[in-house]
Write a protein that binds this ligand. Structure first.
Ligand SMILES: [Zn+2]
Ligand SMILES: [Zn+2]
Length: 88
């Protein structure tokens, strides 16, 4: 896997973890995974417009973030979290 000189999402790569709690229950949110899981992180074509279509935000393709979905198993609360890519 080519990770040198690339920016990666620490969470996708198992290098980090986000601790968030449900605003309703105060329980830890479960990691629902990356929202765009069907895109290959390491694809040279990752700058295509598909992601833009997915979240409806035209600016998002320019952001260097990875969007993860977190959810509460107790009340169903869901939250999208943008994880900034980090250079490796
Ligand atoms: Zn990620
Ligand atoms: Zn909850």
């Amino acid at each position: 896997m080519l990770v040198n000189k690339m920016k990666i999402c620490l969470i996708c790569n198992g290098l980090g973890e986000l601790q968030e709690e449900c605003p309703n229950c105060r329980k830890a949110l479960a990691d629902g995974g990356k929202l765009y899981d069907y895109f290959d992180d390491y694809s040279p074509y990752m700058e295509i417009d598909l992601e833009k279509l997915e979240d409806g935000d035209p600016a998002s393709t320019k952001k260097e973030t990875c969007v993860h979905l977190y959810y509460c198993v107790h009340c169903g609360y869901e939250e999208k979290k943008e994880i900034a890519y980090r250079k490796v």
